[in-house]
Design a protein around this ligand. Structure first.
Ligand code: YH5
Length: 289
C-alpha cells in the first residue's frame, strides 16, 4: 500500500508549518471536528460554551488528534446564516483557549475573511475554507495571515448545492477547480507548500459523484498538494447504509482508510480514537508504522 508516485522534480510532502506548530504529513494526520454551531446535527452532543469546547478539544488530542478544526457556521442546506459578529463570538474564545491549552495546531473552518484574520490572531494555525477562498477578500486575508490554507471544492452554494448537482466529469471538474484555486492562492502570495486541497465530499455532489471521486482520489495527487478529506458521518453513508448519523462511526472509518489508501494525507473526523487506531493499524500492516 504505497502512496501514489510523486513527481521526482518536486519536493515530497513532509511537514506543514501551522503558525509555528508542525503538522507531520509523513503519516496520516487526524483532524478532529469541533463544531460550535447550535444547529449541528452530526455531532450528537452540542457544544457552544468555551469550557466544554476546551474539554472536547483536550479529549480529542488525548485520543490522537493531530489538529483540531473549529467551526462556527453550519454548511447544512437550509441552516441559518451566521453574522460575522456571531461567528467571532462563537469561535474566537475557543480558538484562544485551545491554542493556550493544547500543543497541536488549531484550524479555523470559516469562509469569512474577518473571522480568518481574528482566528489566526487568536492562535489558529490553518484556514479551512469550504468555499475555497472565493468570497470577496478571502484570498487576500488568508495570504496576509501567513498560515497554510485548505481550499475545498463545492459546486454551488451551501443553500442550494444539493438540489441537482451535475458534472461532465466529476473527477476532472474537481481537479480543474482545485488547480485554479491553488493557482489563485499562489498569485495572492500563499506559498506553494502551504496549500492543501480537498474534493469536498457531499458539497454539491450526489452519492454517485462522491463514490466516483473517492475511487479516483489518487488522481488529485497530480495537484502536488497535501490532500484532506472529510467523509465522517456524512449523508452518503446514511443514503448507502440507511443508518442514522449517530451510528456511522464504523462506516466513516472504512471510508477514511480507503481514502488514505488512495493518497489522502489528512482525514477530518468526529470519531478520533477509533479512526486513529484504524489508521495506525493500516500503517503497521503497510510497513509505514
Ligand atoms: C470537508 O469535507 N465538511 S462541514 C453532514 C453530516 C456530517 C458531517 C449528514 N467542513 C468538510 O462535516 N471542511 C465540513 O451528516 C469541511 N472538508 C473540509 N475541509 C460538513 C460535515 C458534515 C455534514
Amino acid at each position: 500500500m504505497s502512496r501514489p508516485a510523486t513527481n521526482p522534480d518536486r519536493l515530497p510532502i513532509t511537514f506543514l508549518n501551522c503558525g509555528g506548530r508542525a503538522l507531520d504529513l509523513r503519516r496520516t494526520a487526524i483532524m478532529g471536528v469541533l463544531n460550535l454551531t447550535p444547529d449541528s446535527f452530526s455531532d450528537g452532543g452540542q457544544i457552544t460554551d468555551p469550557a466544554s469546547a476546551l474539554r472536547r478539544g483536550e479529549q480529542m488530542v488525548t485520543e490522537g488528534a493531530d489538529i483540531i478544526d473549529v467551526g462556527g457556521e453550519s454548511t447544512r442546506p437550509g441552516a441559518q446564516p451566521v453574522s460575522v459578529q456571531q461567528e467571532l463570538d462563537r469561535v474566537i474564545p475557543v480558538v484562544e483557549a485551545l491554542h493556550d491549552a493544547l500543543a497541536v495546531p488549531i484550524s479555523i473552518d470559516t469562509s469569512k475573511p474577518h473571522v480568518m484574520q481574528h482566528a489566526v490572531a487568536a492562535g489558529a494555525g490553518l484556514i479551512n475554507d469550504v468555499c475555497g477562498l472565493r468570497r470577496e477578500g478571502a484570498l487576500g486575508a488568508a495570504a496576509a495571515c501567513g498560515v497554510p490554507v485548505c481550499v475545498m471544492h463545492m459546486q454551488g452554494e451551501p443553500r442550494s448545492m444539493q438540489q441537482s448537482p451535475t458534472y461532465d466529469d466529476v473527477v476532472a471538474d474537481v481537479i480543474e477547480f482545485l488547480r485554479a484555486r491553488r493557482e489563485a492562492c499562489l498569485a495572492a502570495g500563499v506559498p506553494a507548500a502551504s496549500v492543501i486541497v480537498d474534493p469536498g465530499f457531499g458539497f454539491g455532489k450526489t452519492v454517485a459523484h462522491n463514490l466516483v471521486l473517492l475511487r479516483n482520489l489518487g488522481a488529485l495527487s497530480a495537484l502536488d498538494a497535501p490532500i484532506l478529506v472529510g467523509l465522517s458521518r456524512k449523508s452518503m453513508i446514511g443514503a448507502l447504509l440507511d443508518i442514522p448519523v449517530g451510528e456511522r462511526a464504523a462506516a466513516s472509518i472504512a471510508l477514511a482508510l480507503y481514502a488514505v489508501q488512495q493518497g489522502a494525507h489528512i482525514v477530518r473526523v468526529h470519531d478520533v480514537k477509533m479512526t486513529r487506531d484504524a489508521v495506525r493499524m493500516q500503517e503497521v500492516v503497510a510497513d509505514r508504522g
